[in-house]
Ligand binder design. Structure first.
Ligand code: F6R
Length: 241
């Protein structure tokens, strides 16, 4: 695993954006695997700045997001579709019909998951997958468990994730308790992976990942099975400062 330690959140965001720009400049129709949450917000702001300066275009890009709450309406301001529109898609020249987020309104979750994996395959796979990491080591919404599911699936969220994310909802009970998420296999199939982390609360999960071992109880450790992963983390996440 390549490791880039940055001074702070801003420099973490810039480093990650550089890798996205590099991928897009090598392949104009790159397939970007995208994440939501507070970690990549700064990276999206950097990408918007590069776009505004005329350095990059998303015209031919396809994007596939990692996950979405379930059930949730796309217009709910806590949905990941809403997040992506607000932080990136509405601000750049991407063709919205080439942006994919698992459908939190799907009637049949299993069918939605199956067609999401088929969609990724039909796009030729993911060129670059961006990831954040949960305090408990989750990636996407692959939560710690004795067994992990390789493909896109419906999953229950753990108490740790509900505690971290429920503050964004009007009341904690408004937060969905389930999500649709790419599986570990879907993520590991990406050609290149960047995982970002900022803040002391991610330190333990980063340490587990950096042991180089693999355990389903810390899902991010599964990234040790991939040969092109870059961890970009700030000093607080790396040193637990
Ligand atoms: C989001 C996602 C999650 C987050 C993780 C960290 O699409 O898949 O795994 O990356 O929960 O969230 P933040 O960045 O808010 O700390």
């Amino acid at each position: 695993m390549n490791v880039i330690i940055t001074e702070n959140y801003e420099s973490m965001s810039k480093e990650a954006a550089k890798i996205v720009v590099d991928t897009m400049s090598k392949k104009i129709n790159a397939v970007l695997g995208l994440a939501t949450g507070s970690t990549p917000e700064g990276m999206y702001a950097e990408l918007c700045r590069s776009y505004n300066k005329g350095e990059i275009s998303f015209r031919a890009v396809n994007s596939v997001n990692l996950d979405e709450y379930y059930p949730i309406s796309a217009t709910n301001n806590q949905s990941y579709r809403y997040f992506m529109n607000k932080n990136l898609f509405d601000k750049v020249d991407i063709n919205k019909s080439n942006t994919y987020v698992p459908n939190g309104e799907a009637k049949d979750a299993a069918a939605e998951c199956k067609s999401y994996d088929e969609l990724i395959a039909s796009l030729g796979g993911i060129d670059l997958q961006i990831l954040g990491i949960g305090r408990n080591g989750h990636i996407g919404f692959n939560e710690p468990n004795g067994e992990l599911i390789p493909v896109t699936h419906l999953t229950s969220l753990t108490e740790s994730t509900i505690e971290s994310n429920s503050k964004y909802f009007p009341t904690p009970s408004d937060m969905p308790r389930s999500a649709l998420t790419m599986g570990i296999g879907t993520i590991l199939n990406a050609k290149k992976i960047v995982i970002m982390a900022s803040g002391k609360e991610k330190h333990e999960a980063i340490l587990k990942m950096l042991t180089g071992k693999v355990t389903t109880m810390w899902p991010a450790t599964m990234l040790n099975l991939h040969n092109d992963v870059t961890l970009i983390c700030d000093r607080r996440a790396y040193y637990g400062e």
